[in-house]
Design a protein around this ligand. Sequence first.
Ligand SMILES: NC(=O)c1ccc[n+]([C@@H]2O[C@H](COP(=O)([O-])OP(=O)(O)OC[C@H]3O[C@@H](n4cnc5c(N)ncnc54)[C@H](OP(=O)(O)O)[C@@H]3O)[C@@H](O)[C@H]2O)c1
Length: 337
Amino acid sequence: MQAARFDACGIPAEVVSVSDITRPIPGKGEVLVRMLASPINPSDLSFIEGSYGQQPELPATPGFEGVGIVESSGGGLLGSFLTGKRVTVANREGGNWAEYAVISAKQAIPLPESLTLEQAASFFVNPASVVAMVEKIHQVRRGEWLLQSAANSSLGRMVIRLGRQCGIRTLNVVRRSEQIDQLKSLGADEVLVFDAAADDPEMFVSKVHQLTNGGVRCAIDPVGGIVGSTLARCLNNRGRLLVFGSLTGEPLTIFPRTLIAPRAQIEGFWLGPWMLSQSLPRKLRLMRRISHLINAGILTTEVCESFPLSRVSEAIAVATQPAREGKVLLRIGDAGR
Ligand SMILES: NC(=O)c1ccc[n+]([C@@H]2O[C@H](COP(=O)([O-])OP(=O)(O)OC[C@H]3O[C@@H](n4cnc5c(N)ncnc54)[C@H](OP(=O)(O)O)[C@@H]3O)[C@@H](O)[C@H]2O)c1
C-alpha cells in the first residue's frame, strides 16, 4: 500500500515522502481501516519534528486522526459489527496517512451518514478537546469570560462559536489585526491582538483586566512562551489556565507571585489521557454531544485546501503557512482521485 513515511525527525515538508509498504494485518480486537481522509494537525507536525509528547518509532507514518471504512476485523464481536462502517480513526500511535491503518476496534467510532468527508475527517481531536476543556474541565458558566490564545485556529473558532451558542463571553487573542473582523463575525465578544515580539505584556494584561473587570477564571493556551505566560497574569481569584499546546516551542516563564496572590493554577490538558479517564457512558455522551454540535455548525472544521496523499509534501508546506483560513486535508485512496 501507499503510505507517507519519514525515516528521521526533521522539518516535516522535507522529511516526509510517500512510499510502498506492506499492508498491516489486524490482530484480535483490531480492525483494518481503508482510509479516506486525514487532516494535517499541529500534533502531526510536532510528531514528525520529534517534539511531541511521544516519540515516533522510525521509520514512521504520521496521522493521528481521520476517517475511513472498516475493511476487515482481526476477530471479536465489535470488529464484526464495525466491518463495512464509516468510522472516525483515532490513532494514538499515528499511521493514518496511509491507504490502510490498523487500530483497536474500540478506537473506531461509527459516524453518521449526514457528516461530509471534511467534517468526518476532523470529527474527534479538536471537537472533543473543546467540549472537554470548556464544558467538562472549566465548566464555564453563562455570562462568564473565557480567555483563549491562537483564537484563529480551527479549535479557537470552535470555542468562539460554542461560546456564542452557550452565552459564554470569549476574549480572543490573535497575532494579526486582519483576523479581528472575521472572528467577530463568528461571534467573538472581544478580539485582542498581541504580537509577542512587539507588544508590551503589561499593557495587554491591564487591557484584559479592564475588559473583564478584574481578570478571568478560565483561560486556555496552546501557544506557550510570552503569550501563555501573559495569559497566566490575567487570572483572577482561583483562576485556572489550561495549557494544551506549545506552538511557539518556547517555555512559560511565570513569576511565582502571579499564581500566589490569586491562588491561581496552571494545568496541562492532553485529550488522549483525558479520554482514557472517562467512563464508557461519559464517552458515549461526549460523542453524541460532538455529533450534535457539528450538525449545528458549531464544532465544524473549515478546510482551506485538500491534496491527494501522493502530494503529501506540498500539503504539509501549505499546512505550515501562517494565517491559513482552515485545515489542510489529505484525501486518500478513492477519495483522492
Ligand atoms: N492537548 C491536546 O489534547 C490538543 C488537542 C487538540 C488541539 N491541540 C492543540 O491546539 C492547537 C490548535 O490546533 P488546531 O488544529 O486548531 O490548529 P490550526 O487550525 O492548525 O491553527 C494553528 C493556529 O496556531 C497559531 N499559531 C501558530 N504558531 C503560532 C505562534 N508561534 N504564535 C502564536 N500563534 C501561533 C496560528 O495563528 P495564525 O492564524 O496567525 O497563523 C493558527 O491560528 C495546537 O497547538 C494543537 O496541538 C491540543
